[in-house]
Design a protein around this ligand. Sequence first.
Ligand code: PLP
Length: 435
Amino acid sequence: DNHASPSFSIGPKSAAAFENARKLMPGGVNSPARAFGAVGGTPLFIDRGEGPYLYDIDGRQFIDYIGSWGPMILGHQHPAVVEAIQRSVAKGTSFGAPTEAESRLAEQIINAVPSIEKVRLVNSGTEATMSAIRVARGATGRNKIIKFAGNYHGHVDSLLVAAGSAAATLGVPDSPGVTPGAGQDTIVLCYNDCEGLQNAFAEQGDQIAAVILEPVVGNMGCVPATKEFMTALRELTLKSGTVLIFDEVMTGFRLAYGGAQERYGVVPDMTTLGKIVGGGMPLGAYGGRADIMDNVLPAGKVFQAGTLSGNPVAVAAGSATLKELETHPPYEQLDQRGNQLAKGLTQVAAKHGVPHQVQHVGSMLTLFFNPDPVSNWEEADKSDREAFGRYFWGLIEEGIYLPCSQFEALFFGIHHSEEMIAQTIDAADRVLARG
Ligand code: PLP
C-alpha cells in the first residue's frame, strides 16, 4: 500500500527506529493510524514537541497540525501544564483513593459543559463512550443503540460497527474479534439523514436506549451536523425517552469552552470527553444529567471502575489545561485562524484546478479531495485518497505535519500564528501546483 510513493526521504534514524519497532509491536505502533498506512510509507519518530512544533529523532522541525490527535490545544510543553504535572508527580503518582484535585476537575467540567451535572473520570475516550452506553442502557432498561456511519467512538465492541454501507445496514462488526452478538443491538444510520432517523424512531423508538454521535465529526474528516439534524435528534430522543449522547472527545473544550453543545446551543443528556480534558495525559470523562449519572455504582447499580481512574497526575494536567482555557479563552483567535486557513486552502486548490472541499469548524479542518460537499460517510468515501497521499507527503517535505489520512480532521492550537497559517497555505500552494 505504497501508492503515495513519497518523494520525501524519511530520516535514517526514523527509518531504523520503525524497523526495530515493527519487530516488537504489531505494525510497529501502539495505535494504528500512527503507522502512516493510509498514505504509504514510514512514520516519523518524534523526539519532542515545543509549542506548535514537533521535532523528529533526525532533528527536523515540523509545524504540528495533529496535536496528538486533539489534546494539545495549548501546544507542547505549556508551562502551566508542565508545572502542574511536576507539582503533582512530586507528591506520588497514584493512590487509589479520593483526592481533592479530582473534585476540582469535576467542578471545572460541570461548570464548563452545559449537559453535565455529574461526571465520572476515566482513562480514555474509549472508556468514556463504553461507560456512557452502559449507563444509558442501565438507566432506560433498553438494549438498542443508534450510531452513525463514519463516527468513531473508540474501540468499544458495540461501537465498532461503523463503515461500509453493507456492513452498516447489516450491523456487521468491522473488526475480526468483535462477535456478531456485540453488534446486534447497534443500529447504524447515515449521518445528517433526518428521515432515516425519524424512521428508526417510528419503528423502534421505545427500544432505543441511546443515540451517540460526534456533533462535529472529526473521524471521517471534518463533517458538522446540520442544524436540522441536531434539532431532529433532540426532539426524537426527548419524545421517546432515549438518552442523547454527544461524543465530545474531540470537540470538547475545542470548538468552545463548553464544546459543540455550547457552540450549537443543543444540550444532550450525556456527554463523553477525552483528549483536551486530560491535557495530554491519559484521561477521559463521561457525565450528564444527575438522575442518569446516579445510576453509576456506588450511587446506583451500573458497574464502572478503574485502578487509575482520576489519576492525580492526569487530573493535574487536565485541570491546568482547563484553567488556562477558561481564563484565556482562545476560541475567537482559533476561529479566525481556521477561517484564514480554510480560505487560503480553498484559493490555492481552486487556482490549481484541484477538485476540493474545505470543511472546518473552529480549529478542526479537512481539505477533502472531493468535488462535492461531504455531509456523511458515503460522500466522504468518494474522496481521492491518492491525491491526499501526495498532498500529505508534499507537506511533510515542507515541514508541515498533517494527520496521515484523508479521513481525519487536522487540529491546531493557540501557538499557530497568522504567519504560520500563511506559511502553511504557501506550502500547500507549492505542493498542489505539482498535482
Ligand atoms: N470518541 C471520539 C470522537 C474520538 O475522536 C476518539 C479518539 O479519537 C475516541 C472517542 C476514543 O478516545 P481514545 O482514543 O482516548 O480512547
